[in-house]
Design a binder for this molecule. Structure first.
Ligand code: ADP
Ligand code: ASP
Ligand code: MG
Length: 457
């Protein structure tokens, strides 16, 4: 069997879902399990309405809910035609009634918790998976909706819940395998799950890729296909550099670094369950299904280019902790990192000198409190609006002098931190956020002007 995951833009309207149906139809012999995201932008809208309700703005929340309802009804009726839509109407209606009631409850209490946030956010995938399953059935594909909350069992860390793999795998065997055995096409929402008590959880933004990998690993899939709106993993973000080119094949390690450092095309954790089982992952374009896309495998040919791709991650804050005499004292660094841990602030890039340690973190609300806590230990400064730029490629391991080539191109730029990770497959540095486009375009021109056809398309 295979897993086919379709992202938000691939299910954004009736036309897109129609394309999905024909792509899936072409793969029926492979026994696909289909995983879908919420329709494009729906999760953002749901989170906006949850916040509005939490602030007591009931009318705003309900208005947003109604516009979402209209969009889903319109999509479903366009896909199903009048007769089938009438049948299906009550199924969707029940979901919107539940969402409406939930929002009223949140507005009445005037408080939104991570648990209720997940409950609201889950409607995006609940709705899209129901509509896609119904659309399949209407097209003669044996689509069978499976509620992912009965399959993906997680802990209770709302908004970024961690899967309990053994229980999830058992549920997959129980609820999905029989459908495959009887020739049906299971359709499941990504991103959503439930804890052991059956309360809805989500596994983090962009998490549908992760769901696809979890299901693929649990069902021992032959491959996992991540269908999106670009031809595959490209040499850089095409929105920054329109001449970005497709990477034909990339290693798991390279893809993981890229995802971690901002290449939004793939969720960072996606690769993990798949790596462990040696399942190849393909990134494909639902608007251009005949394109071969990008294959992600354990080992990939390296080709002649130094780098495979460039990624950038914005909204970064640098935290500088300076303690002239203390820094190398026993236990001091531990005390610093314990403070990051206490505030649940994850660290990306670290560099130290004798007198200070600089750390990058995703800009977020916890930073002022963290800084106040750190100020008890040392002098602390923090500065937002930074970005991490990361060049990735396994060739970095062998070739000397690469950092020189990169920074020569950026001689007029203020580089704040530089790091070459222990994995030796990335060269990472920190710049001002507003310089990202120029820096990426310049590096792309330098390192991707000529491409090895073995690796790049
Ligand atoms: P989906 O909704 O299918 O999950 P995403 O929006 O999460 O899609 O990811 C696809 C987007 O990622 C592309 O439209 C592209 O703009 C962006 N992107 C960023 N970096 C890259 C890259 N290196 N290669 C391909 N796409 C990239
Ligand atoms: N719908 C979720 C999000 O927007 C999950 C996903 O699309 O992967 O974050
Ligand atoms: Mg995505």
């Amino acid at each position: 069997m295979i897993v086919m995951k379709f992202g938000g833009t691939s299910v954004e309207d009736a036309k897109a879902i129609d394309r999905v149906a024909s792509i899936v139809e072409g793969r029926l012999a492979k026994q696909p399990v289909v995983v879908v995201s919420a329709m494009a932008k729906v999760t953002d809208t749901l989170l906006t309405m949850a916040r509005a309700a939490g602030e007591g703005e009931r009318k705003t929340a309900l208005k947003l809910c109604r516009s979402l309802q209209e969009r889903h009804y319109n999509t479903a009726s366009e896909l199903l035609g009048t007769a089938l839509f009438t049948e299906f109407h009550s199924e969707l209606g029940a979901e919107f009634e539940a969402l409406d009631e939930l929002l009223r409850g949140i507005a009445a209490v005037g408080e939104i918790t991570p648990r209720t946030t997940d409950h609201v956010a889950s409607f995006g995938e609940v709705l899209s998976s129901r509509i896609v399953a119904a659309a399949f059935a209407a097209r003669g594909l044996k689509g069978a909706h499976v509620d992912s909350r009965e399959v993906l069992i997680t802990d209770s860390a709302y908004m970024s819940a961690i899967p309990h793999y053994e229980e999830t795998n058992a549920r997959l065997q129980e609820k999905v395998t029989p459908l495959l055995d009887s020739g049906q096409v299971p359709v499941m929402g990504g991103f959503i799950g439930a804890n052991r008590a059956g309360i809805t959880t989500t596994i983090g933004r962009g998490g549908s890729d992760f769901s696809a990998a979890i299901f693929g690993a649990g069902l021992a899939a032959e491959k996992i296909e991540i269908w999106t709106d670009v031809d595959g993993i490209l040499t850089t973000d095409p929105r920054i550099c329109p001449d970005a080119r497709r990477i034909k094949v990339i290693s798991f390690d390279e893809a993981a670094e890229l995802a971690y450092f901002g290449a939004k095309v793939l969720h960072p954790a996606t690769v993990l369950p798949a790596i462990q089982k040696n399942i190849p992952v393909y990134v494909l374009n639902s608007c251009n299904p005949s394109c071969e896309g990008t294959r992600i495998t354990t080992r990939a040919p390296q080709g002649k280019n130094i780098f495979k791709a460039i990624a950038a991650k914005k909204r970064i804050t640098i935290v500088d902790v300076a303690a002239p005499r203390m820094l190398l004292a026993h236990g001091f660094l531990r005390a610093i990192f314990e403070a990051f841990d206490r505030h649940k602030v994850a660290v990306d890039v670290v560099s130290t000198s004798e007198v200070s340690v600089s750390v990058t973190v995703d800009s977020n609300q916890a930073i002022p409190a963290l800084a106040a806590d750190l100020a008890k230990l040392a002098d602390v400064k923090y500065e937002g609006r930074k970005a991490i730029v990361c060049l990735v490629g396994e060739n970095l391991r062998q070739k000397p002098g690469i950092a020189g080539l990169v920074f020569r191109e950026l001689a007029d730029k203020k580089i704040r931190m530089i790091s070459q990770g222990a994995s030796e497959i990335n060269l990472t540095f920190v710049i001002e956020e507003d310089e990202v486009p120029e820096v990426i375009q310049r590096l792309h021109k330098t390192f991707f002007a000529e491409l090895d056809p073995e690796v790049f398309a």
